[in-house]
Design a protein around this ligand. Sequence first.
Ligand SMILES: C[S@@+](CC[C@H](N)C(=O)[O-])C[C@H]1O[C@@H](n2cnc3c(N)ncnc32)[C@H](O)[C@@H]1O
Length: 345
Amino acid sequence: MCSQEGDDYRLLKEYANGFMVSQVLFAACELGVFELLAEALEPLDSAAVSSRLGSSPRGTELLLDTCVSLKLLQAAVRGGKAVYANTELASTYLVRGSPRSQRDMLLYSGRTAYVCWRHLAEAVREGRNQYPKAFGIPSEELFSAIYRSEDERLRFMEGLQDVWRLEGASVLAAFDLSPFPLICDLGGGSGALARACVSLYPRCRVIVFDIPGVVRMAKRHFSAWEDERISFHEGDFFKDPLPEADLYILARVLHDWTDAKCCHLLQRLYQACRTGGGVLVIESLLDADGRGPLTTLLYSLNMLVQTEGRERTPAQYRALLAPAGFRDVQCRRTGGTYDAVLARK
Ligand SMILES: C[S@@+](CC[C@H](N)C(=O)[O-])C[C@H]1O[C@@H](n2cnc3c(N)ncnc32)[C@H](O)[C@@H]1O
């Protein structure tokens, strides 16, 4: 094999095995490996891990050694046996309750997104999400499918907030939002981004607008409502009156919907917006030619298998915002997962 052929073959194997790597991560989170090792007073051998997790000795040993190879765990030899501990990566991002934990998003990816991705070829053929095949439920009402049980609603809300603990401040700092004292976070979920907002702009107030079941859950399971600068408002942003505000945030909302639904929502929001106000769209931006970055292209396919929408280029966001009446559209890339687009009324 020439060296180019060797490189191509290696790349092919890396792509083909990518799903196995994801599953190792998901399974270790699901089983509670990282919490167990975080709570243990010393590194544990695989027999101790399997007995405390109630998992098979053979499966546990294989999983732990693969986690070492993936740098999720570190191994040392004690008394002739391998003992395992979390790496810095696992302690920071994988342990439940760590301030930067991404565990809930990984659980959501493993239990829900992955099941829809199983049907990617059908999604491409049909051009629609795969809830009917993945979970046996209709998806004409998108969020009735996404929130098909109370557990699933909570899992979605918990998963979605993880990223804002890491990237909320940088995406909200992409533009100076201090001229906007009253902000409405439409489809604001648990209120995690609202919290990042009042922490960065202490003088602003934020209304989190979402559907009643989500607001109920946010008050029961999350703590944003305890901040007096944050309030919650229930409603359907396609139908119900929108609260008046200086700035509307749409974070990972437009990517759920078709162009027609986005236009309808932006027109309603323009009507409700105070003069001189604006809208801040927070999404992962595609390159101008639509062929990168890879992560955003994968997110766009994720929207295909799970929603009615897609990720978009800056020009595609401009084309949605301008007909609604918004002007001075500016796009800023943050270098993180999510970018910011600000437009003014
Ligand atoms: C993809 S999530 C994004 C949540 C949050 N903005 C974030 O970035 O973490 C979309 C949000 O829109 C809300 N939503 C969907 N349809 C809605 C509607 N018709 N009216 C109000 N909120 C809606 C969902 O409940 C959910 O919280």
